[in-house]
Design a protein around this ligand. Structure first.
Ligand code: NDP
Length: 504
């Protein structure tokens, strides 16, 4: 692809040539030709209703809100805003479906529906990828290669469990919990819906799903897929709306189980709302993961892991490797190589297949990133970004690296949830452990070293639900995921993910 659009390095092009470092011996800049994905495959309706009892319907109170393309600010659609009465309706439909259809249905029959959903997701993969990128702002390469295939993989994986629950190690006849209220965030809208729905349905529960206000469209397309798969009415409902809709669902007395992914702040509110009600609860919350690089690490591989750890999905990742802990003896060399690598990242149109960094999901999130990075500077850390031109419209933030960060800085402690890396150093493995664990969170960690024994020594000492070794941000439906401390409790994925939806 490089070289398909060879141009003379002139005044206007010097910046992009510097950015990419892609100049040949004659000083000519090599640019990628545009490779836009077509949006024609998706039909976005001007208005969307709530999905309740197998049909799309307006909210009872008639409210709607707009969902926009964060890369351009363009309004994509008006979406119904569910109120407490809509929540009542959806929960009642879920209860009836659980008692009369889905609960009594043999697991082998439930499995067929889940397999069907997985297959339709694969068949309509391009449509989902384009819609996700338009509504979320993430690069099409990521929605196409990560979000959608992983979402289908979750349905395939849990379809396989549906008729084997009695062999899953939870006793001879594990029972579902009943009605699950599921509230999900905007960073992986379709994938989070799949994480929530697939295990719940496999275990025999019925679901009421509340997608995030800024990214409702793929959940609504998934509702259409449920229809296409012939899923019985009421088994899955999708209630679009903002935080109040989520709160109404969480408070509903006829919900048996709450599953939440999102901020620690809202997670705490949900935990106190659920306390004493007997509702089962899983919380997958924020993180401030350490990505630890030792002096014997394979450097080029580690650089790719650092980039993938924090710049994947614009850093809107709960398990992002947002704190780089690098051994002091190699710190300068690693940071230098990292900066050179970052200068080659391509920020811009998320629909372009060559784009590495897409748009920030919302103005609110952009404000948060801007505020925290300003705090990083005012507290004395050194800020660096590669030269890069931000588009005029939409919400954008350049890849940013802070060096000279100390543990007390806000950028070392708080979840920024953006493309911002804080670099700290250590001298000994013990110091790396102490610094990595010096956080109220505990979702994930990364270790880069040539020594297997060191990986095992360190992994045992990390207070983190997931520890990656010589890789980062790898996900598999068979692998449990979840946190310690303020990163929440309960596990999603694998056999553990079933336990969260069974009365065990
Ligand atoms: P929230 O935790 O507010 O949102 C997550 C989901 O919960 C959304 O569907 C939201 O609705 C809903 N919600 C909001 N308030 C309530 C409530 N009181 N009861 C029930 N549901 C509720 O995250 P934000 O989107 O506001 O992001 C804020 C910060 O949270 C980010 O900057 C980031 O640091 C962190 N975050 C972490 C995530 C993770 O995976 N760990 C994911 C997303 C955010 P709606 O969005 O429609 O208002």
């Amino acid at each position: 692809m490089v070289g398909s659009g060879k141009k003379q390095a002139g005044v206007g092009l010097a910046r992009s040539a510097d950015r990419a470092g892609l100049t040949d011996s004659a000083g000519l800049a090599w640019e990628y030709a545009p490779a836009p994905e077509s949006r024609d495959i998706v039909t976005i309706a001007p208005e969307y209703g709530l999905f309740i009892r197998d049909e799309f319907r307006p909210a009872i109170a008639g409210g709607t809100f707009a969902t926009i393309n964060p890369a351009t600010g363009e309004k994509l659609a008006a979406v119904a805003e569910a109120g407490p009465k809509d929540v009542d309706l959806a929960v009642a439909a879920a209860r009836a479906a659980h008692e009369h259809v889905w609960g009594p249905m043999p697991g082998s029959e439930r499995a067929k529906y889940l397999f069907r959903i997985a297959r339709v997701l694969q068949e309509r993969a391009r449509e989902f990828a384009v819609l996700e990128t338009l509504d979320n702002g993430k690069p099409i390469r990521e929605s196409r290669d990560v979000d959608v295939p992983l979402a289908a993989a979750h349905f395939f994986y849990y379809a396989g469990w549906a008729d084997k629950l009695e062999h899953a190690g939870f006793g001879p006849a594990p029972q579902p919990l009943g009605v699950a209220g599921q509230v999900i965030p905007w960073n992986f809208p379709l994938l989070m819906a799949a994480w929530k729905l697939a295990p719940a349905l496999a275990a025999g529960n019925t679901c009421v799903l509340k997608p995030a206000e800024t990214t409702p469209l793929t959940a609504l397309l998934l509702a259409e897929v449920c229809q296409q798969a012939g899923l019985p009415a009421g088994v899955v409902s999708v209630l679009t709306g903002a935080g109040e809709t989520g709160a109404a669902l969480v408070r509903h007395p006829d919900v048996d189980k709450i599953a939440f992914t999102g901020s620690t702040e809202v997670g705490k509110q949900i935990a106190s709302a659920a306390a004493g009600t007997g509702k089962k609860l899983t919380l997958e919350l924020g993180g401030k993961a350490a990505n630890i690089v030792f002096d014997d690490a394979p450097v080029e591989q580690a650089i790719e892991g650092i980039v993938n750890g924090i710049f994947f999905n614009q850093g809107h990742v709960c398990c992002a490797g947002s704190r780089l802990l690098v051994q002091e003896s190699v710190a300068d060399a690693v940071v230098d190589r990292l900066k050179r690598r970052l200068a080659t990242l391509r920020l811009g149109d998320p629909m372009d297949k060559n784009t590495d960094i897409g748009a920030i999901n919302s103005a609110q999130q952009l404000d948060k990133i801007t505020e925290l990075t300003a705090a990083g500077e005012s507290e004395g850390a050194e800020r660096w970004s590669p030269p890069c031109r931000l588009p005029d419209r939409g919400f954008w933030f350049p890849p940013t690296v802070f060096t000279g960060v100390s543990q007390s800085h806000r950028i070392a402690r708080e979840e920024i949830f953006g493309p911002v890396l804080s670099v700290l150093t250590f001298r000994t493995p013990e110091e790396a452990v102490a610094k990595a664990n010096n956080t109220p969170y505990g979702l994930s960690a990364g270790i880069w070293t040539d020594k297997g024994s060191r990986i095992l020594w360190l992994a045992q000492r990390m207070r983190a639900g997931v520890v990656w070794a010589n890789t980062y941000n790898r996900f598999d439906p068979a692998s449990p995921f979840g946190g310690y401390q303020e990163s929440g409790y309960g596990r999603e994925g694998g056999r553990h993910g079933l336990a969260a939806y069974l009365d065990v």
